[in-house]
Write a protein that binds this ligand. Structure first.
Ligand code: 5AD
Ligand code: SF4
Length: 353
């Protein structure tokens, strides 16, 4: 096993071997190697991003997602500007130094203009002290440029599944893989610290797909990554395949292995320990850090909205997620052998300004 860690240039077969490890000691060795490598390369600090789930209105219909346009059984909301600005101020006051503004995808002018004005309001209310990340889906190059010029330097857009054939099975015909790839490239070209990622344990997904996802991410130009287990949602077309999935434990383990192998492939990436991990295991976020992640995204959305923003079922509620509490965050991160980077922007060490 040790041979695998002598360089970062793993072959597809080596990646598959690591993803398929069964022996508990070997798996622990993999996680330990990944977190050691993180500590040696970029340090053992964990950066915070306050997640604001701005709106669950979405014009798209991804087969896996609970807030897809076709789901008539959810309440649709959009936070007011004042609510968003208050969340942003909260993040700054609590030394998060960084927020992620996430919403369903809309490309109408009303929406994109509104995001622009919201960005200006956030910067004005926080004295330009916060790093803003947007996660608002595929947009034109012009829109990306407009947001970048408003001092938004980070953008998350997952490829979801890097195999075009698999992508096709997870999306309706009008969701175009090439267009998505181009959108990720546009983000990189615009100068964003781009983030991408995939879901793990999807119906129809193979180990080859996952190994290729990691290679895709390594070569994508992204400096940030968010990956997590696929979690079924009863109001989605993919729910019919729920009995064909890996068990939640297996999806959890595969997700942690994916984080660890990605850390080995590219030690300087900012890798998030995602909410989906925490959904499958109350200690999921901590486990993600132990497997090599270095970012957590405490959810600071007001509770009334948080309940509605259900991409998948079983999302942690406020009782299970006492994020906002400083000592809880400290405890969780120190149990994973790391320290919290309070009051730091936490740009990726791959990003050259
Ligand atoms: N399970 C896990 N992740 C999901 N997402 C959407 N639906 C699900 C699901 N059912 C993820 C997608 C998207 C991100 C915002 O949430 O990867 O990019
Ligand atoms: Fe909309 Fe994103 Fe959900 Fe797809 S994954 S339906 S684009 S919110």
């Amino acid at each position: 096993m040790n041979d695998f860690f002598s360089n970062n240039d793993l072959s597809i077969d080596e990646i598959k071997y690591l993803l398929l490890l069964e022996n508990k000691n070997d798996i622990k060795l993999l996680y330990d190697k990944a977190s050691d490598l993180r500590n040696k390369t970029i340090g053992n600090k964990v950066y915070l991003r306050g997640l604001i789930e701005y709106s669950d209105r979405c014009s798209k219909n991804c087969y896996y997602c609970g807030i897809r346009a076709g789901n008539a059984n959810i309440k649709r909301y959009t936070m007011t500007d004042e609510e968003v600005v208050n969340c942003a101020k909260y993040a700054l006051e609590n030394k998060y130094k960084s927020i992620v503004l996430q919403s369903g995808e809309r490309s109408d002018k009303e929406f994109t203009n509104h995001i622009s004005s919201l960005i200006k309001k956030i910067h004005a209310a926080t004295g330009n002290e916060l790093r803003i990340t947007l996660s608002c889906g595929e947009q034109s190059m012009e829109v990306y440029k407009e947001w970048f010029d408003l001092n938004v330097k980070r953008y998350l857009l997952r490829i979801e599944a890097s195999n075009p054939e698999l992508y096709k099975k997870l999306h309706p015909a009008d969701h175009n893989y090439t267009k998505r790839l181009e959108a990720i490239n546009s983000l990189v070209k615009t100068g964003f610290q781009a983030g991408t990622g995939v879901m793990i344990g999807l119906p129809f997904q193979t180990i080859d797909d996952l190994a290729n996802d990691l290679i895709f991410i390594r070569d994508s130009g992204a400096v940030m990554v968010g990956m997590g287990p696929y979690i079924e949602h009863s109001e989605t077309p993919l729910y019919q395949y729920r009995n064909e999935l890996f068990s939640p434990q297996k999806r959890m383990e595969l997700s942690l292995k994916m984080i660890a192998v990605l850390r080995i492939l590219n030690p300087k990436l900012n890798i998030a320990s995602t909410t989906a991990l925490q959904t499958l295991d109350p200690h999921g976020r901590e486990l993600g850090i132990k497997a090599g992640a270095n970012v957590i995204m405490p959810n600071i959305t007001p509770e009334i909205y948080k309940q509605e923003y259900n991409l998948y079922q079983g999302k942690p509620s406020i009782e299970q997620e006492p994020d906002i509490c400083k000592t809880e965050i400290e405890k969780e991160i120190s149990e994973a052998g790391c320290i919290v980077a309070w009051d730091e922007w936490g740009d990726s060490k791959m990003y050259k300004t």
